[in-house]
Design a protein around this ligand. Sequence first.
Ligand code: SIN
Length: 515
Amino acid sequence: MSEQHNILIIGAGLAGLYTALTLAPRPVTVLSPMALGYGASSAWAQGGVAAAMDKKDTPEAHALDTINAGDGIVDADIAAFVTQAAKEHVLELAEVGTPFDRTPKGDFVMSKEAAHGFARVVRVKGDQAGAAIMKTLIEEVQNTPSITVIEGATALDFIVKDNAMQGVVVSENNTPPYVIQAKAYLLAAGGAGSLYLKTTNPPSVRGLALGMAARAGAVIADAEFVQFHPTAMDVGIDPNPLATEALRGEGAILFNKHGERYMLGVHPDAELAPRDIVARANFHQHQAGNVPVLDTREAIGAHIKDEFISVYRYCQQAGIDPVTETIPIVPAAHYHMGGVATDRNGRSSIKGLWVSGEAASTGLHGANRLASNGLLEALVYAATCAGGMMQTIEAGQGQEFVTDLVTPDLGYQGVNDAAVMELRTIMSDKVGVIRDGVGLAQALRDLHDLDVRFGGVSTNFDNMLVAATLIAAAAYNRHESRGGHYRTDYPEKDDKLKHRTEITYAQALALRDSL
Ligand code: SIN
């Protein structure tokens, strides 16, 4: 038996909810693993949405910064498309009530973040953009009768035949699974940050979308590129609270226990160098026991209380007064540039499956995402996917409902916490900020061993293992350093490798099993 719906959206972060609203009044069903607003990275985003809103700024300049940050492998057409569409979506969010910060004249207040040539990040009360946008969208969703949200529902598995979607296996609050069929499916279930010990992502964001799509045969792109945020707080809290890059945009500086402002010797833009460069410098300082800290005292002072409410609240939780004290920091997994490969219209390699948000790899981010392009991409591709799904269904080309589906026998219980910690340790130690071939091969063997010991019990954990295996395999295969992927055995860029990569789970397994 299966339930039949028109459009099924898997995930209730920014990408999922914005798609659902774009599709209204057409009926859609949204799966939200937790209560709406909880468990989605979007709500934790502090920076905001990057868009050329200022008259002196242009989408072309924004696209160029995106391409430069992406370190040679951004798809220029996608960058042009997304940056052109940016302003329209910011205005749309403002229209539905997002309380963006404004100047006394009513213009948008814009933050400057690393590798942007212009202050072009629209924000809410300094660092509240993600939470405020999500609150606005949730209110809209709750007032839109065409949207059905199933809270507590987690997608475990795709049923695919002849490379076409037939259904999604869903478990509600760890109860026996059932199948939902739809005419079109959107996967918008987030990234993979919590596959690592240090992360700025919610615990539920741990490669589940990537793993599920890959097990169903989807092509995965750029899996090796994980972005580590340079300034997560190192205050003993898991996940690590984020100290937004906008603080450095306002002039906050980094130094170590020797009083050395080390970024001055690393890059001409010092603390505002591309994110991967600052992350590696901070990682080296941390590993060397030099205790890197972020100092907001002179640049921001007491304004931090009103202008960076989240950061101030986290500091208070950790017993730090950032007005008079520095903030210990460490790089932490923040964003996965890789994901399910999509075409210009957000379609995956599986018929009937669209993907948006961090779960997707559109080609916008290349090897290193430009700050605040994540929420932007989620908005633009949510709208693109909505249009594509609608047209497909209206043309009578949606997926057929099948009557003889068999629900696969899946493990639907919660994951084993000890196994998760082992997996996160493998990823942090061997597939982290600094990598090498020996460590990556060992990571693949260790993940295999985890699979032997814990695989097949919890499909959620299997999806995590698959995602981790794909990231490690793609990192093993890329014999160079570029953007967020740095290998000590191949420390330079290789022009022959100046391209995006694709991998399937079958290929990753073949590599794993050959080592
Ligand atoms: C930040 O606020 O530093 C993060 C913004 C982003 O990752 O886009």
